[in-house]
Design a protein around this ligand. Sequence first.
Ligand code: GLN
Length: 475
Amino acid sequence: MFSFTSIAAYQEQLGSGATTCTIAVSHYLECIQANKYLNAFVEVYADEALALAAKLDAQRTAGSAPKLLHGVVIAIKDVICYEGHAVTAASTMLKGYHSPYTATALQFLIDEEAIIIGNCNCDEFAMGSSNEHSVYGPVHNAYDTSKVPGGSSGGSAVAVQAGLCMAALGSDTGGSVRQPADFCGIIGFKPGYGTISRYGLIAFASSFDQIGIFGKNIADLHLILKLMSRNDPNDSTMNAVAISTASVDANEKKFRIAYFSSAMNHPSLDEEIALQQKQYLLQLREEGHIVDAVVFDMIDYIVPAYYVLTTAEASSNLSRYDGIRYGHRSAATTADLTGFYTQNRTEGFGKEVKRRIMLGTFVLSSGYYDAYFSKAQQVRGKLVDAISSIFKTYDAIALPTSPVTAFPIGEKNQDPMAMYLADIYTVLANLTGIPAISLPLFRHSNGMPFGLQLLAARKDEVTLLQLSQQLMQRK
Ligand code: GLN
């Protein structure tokens, strides 16, 4: 019986002959089959994965040196391009589309002999917080199948949560890796903006989007991050970060951690989440870390700024899907070209994507540009200043990841405002371009897990991982 704890332990087992890549892949294929009802995968690359596993096993036994992700079984979100494979962003708009090239970040993993087992369900074009806006239907949280897994990378989160792969890739524009990690009781990491190439990631809001990683331990995330953060000339927004190859173990180190009273006492925050996290922070202080409340009076501006700016960028990015250049082409007869575009887009996009395109078009329109778009840009600038000044004194900021634990499927679906407001704690990191992580440290009396979110300064992924490692080991 195959069981996975970490990439290092797995590779040791491969080296000693205690297991093989074929055993690992067969195990995951069985688990995916047995957990089909979770609806985590869009497509499973069973034959390919088995063929590659057999090849890697043969190479290893013939004596060739294994590469860094030799045989590591990884799932990807259905917004990451993989040559020759379908990528649809969970949308009718891209049904039947096969990518002609591979996203650079994914290629870096494949080059190190990772095995890609399939692509995962998500909210359409990564817009959502519950994985209910998908043409493939909702994903179910494996802890309680009546609940959402979070979104938009819900399928990738559940793939790791339910043990259907070793690690998974998602994308995080406003929390889509951290929030599902919180809801599913696993680790979700979003690098700082520019740390990982976006080439081959289907764009939602280009100045916010980053590929993120789901995993079960920090060492695995660290290894995958190191490999994926290599420079890519195809992404001119890359901001090369040297991710240290040294271990992120820093057990003796004492950190300076800030938290915001305005966040910890926010009326939208579940009381029990607030209480458990406040107690946790007090314990950290007792253990010798510096833990201070700092003033942050912009908490109620971050969700509005995020939804103005990301919808504006989305309305521009998604204009390419017109049924001529890209995307679904209607079979209906239309009177003229405009009618043809309208028909293609009406049929191709789901309700939430249409809502965002309309909102984004509105905030960019000439009468409202200054009132909404420019103002939101100013808020973004002020947030960057406020956050940078905090990091002059502190190594990390602690926040809840989500104000609530995983909610029932259908509960917030008809109320987009409630869904948007629940992004209150995650969008800050994307607005300011800093790295952030959700650590599965807590369990609610309602039985569901929840996480602590940590944010670090731009380009300081390593400090974030060191602190995370310490807290995960302390657990
Ligand atoms: N929930 C957020 C939204 O719907 C975040 C999405 C994301 O990070 N892709 O915009």
